[in-house]
Design a protein around this ligand. Structure first.
Ligand SMILES: NC(=O)c1ccc[n+]([C@@H]2O[C@H](COP(=O)([O-])OP(=O)(O)OC[C@H]3O[C@@H](n4cnc5c(N)ncnc54)[C@H](OP(=O)(O)O)[C@@H]3O)[C@@H](O)[C@H]2O)c1
Length: 300
């Protein structure tokens, strides 16, 4: 038997239930994965709340979670290139909040030994999105990039990727996160009143990545960057759409590329909390509150 978190109706995090499941043997193309770390993302509580129900309806009971890292414990027929004992990163749509899982071998990436399970599990969504965004706006040495939400999972990865490309980075966060932003190479500014003036006092912005969305971030982007072709957002809401700010588009090379950047020490997440899998409700409530620094990790 293996522990899992599931839900049988859309709603807030408290619809989640904790139970055990009997795992089948892995079928053709599948492996049994023993998870060592499961990353929490805002999309998890958004899916549970039903934000995607119109275009990607769920079959209940459903298990949340889109990424984890662990060890392969069994391999089904017709699997090539993956063996028992391999340390891997898994990313897929739903099913991650499990101590053990049957997953498609095609959804696995090799985990380098130099990256721990928590860092590895955090890479696909946060760093993958940041990588796509930074490359979509063509960040290079000589740029001054503004990152809205620089202390979050996606934003902190974007800061580090842009710094790795030689850009100067200005990042927004609440004052309590300014020391952290400085530690990852961003010049911190507070969001809210005075944001545009504070950024202007630091220099001229040449590209913007918004990982926050909403009226305030969008208005600041418009004020600071006349050429919005160099702005991109991870939160394509009505404000970004009205302003004509492009949504981030997944870059085909993002997963291997971010694993390589983590191996090189360019991307390293702050892990705000490690929370037992059985307490997934607490993790999702923290994520929903919107002030996680770096990543939250569920430990099976
Ligand atoms: N389109 C895509 O493919 C895609 C992929 C991944 C994520 N996303 C979306 O991108 C967003 C960010 O994801 P995430 O994983 O980075 O979330 P997260 O880690 O939960 O972000 C939390 C961070 O947001 C910061 N924050 C909150 N309000 C802010 C504001 N007004 N201005 C600046 N920073 C603010 C907080 O900093 P303080 O505590 O200092 O306030 C906190 O560090 C989510 O909406 C997520 O769903 C989209």
């Amino acid at each position: 038997m293996s522990a899992q978190i599931y839900f049988e109706e859309y709603g807030g995090p408290t619809v989640l239930r904790h139970g055990d499941q009997q795992l089948p043997e892995p079928g053709p193309g599948q492996v049994r994965l023993v998870n060592r770390a499961i990353a929490v993302n805002p999309v998890d509580w958004k899916i549970i709340a039903g934000y995607m129900r119109d275009f990607r309806p769920l079959t209940f009971p459903a298990v949340p979670g889109t990424e984890s890292a662990g060890v392969v414990a069994a391999v089904g027929p017709d699997v090539e290139g993956v063996a028992v004992g391999d340390e891997v990163i898994w990313t897929g749509f739903m099913g991650g909040y499990r101590a053990e899982a049957i997953v498609e071998a095609a959804e696995l990436l090799a985990k380098p030994a130099s990256i721990d399970f928590e860092q590895a599990a955090s890479l696909p969504a946060a760093a993958g999105t940041a990588y796509s965004a930074v490359h979509q706006i063509g960040v290079a040495a000589g740029d001054t990039v503004l990152v809205h939400g620089a202390a979050g999972g996606v934003g902190s990865a974007a800061v580090q990727i842009a710094r790795g490309l030689g850009a100067r980075v200005i990042g927004t966060a609440s004052p309590g996160n300014h020391e952290y932003l400085a530690s990852i190479g961003a010049e911190p500014v507070a969001y809210g009143d005075g944001l545009v003036e504070a950024v202007r006092a630091l220099g001229t912005v040449t590209a913007v990545f918004d990982s926050v969305g909403g009226a305030g971030s969008t208005a600041a982007t418009q004020a600071l960057l006349p050429d919005l072709s160099r702005a991109v957002t991870a939160v394509s809401d009505e404000h970004a759409t009205a302003a004509g700010i492009a949504a981030v588009v997944a870059h085909p090379d993002r997963y291997p590329a971010v694993v390589a950047l983590a191996e090189q020490g360019i991307i390293r997440f702050s892990i705000q909390d490690r929370i037992p899998l059985a307490e997934a409700v607490k993790a999702l409530e923290l994520s929903q509150a919107g002030h996680v620094r770096g990543k939250l990790i569920l430990i099976p």
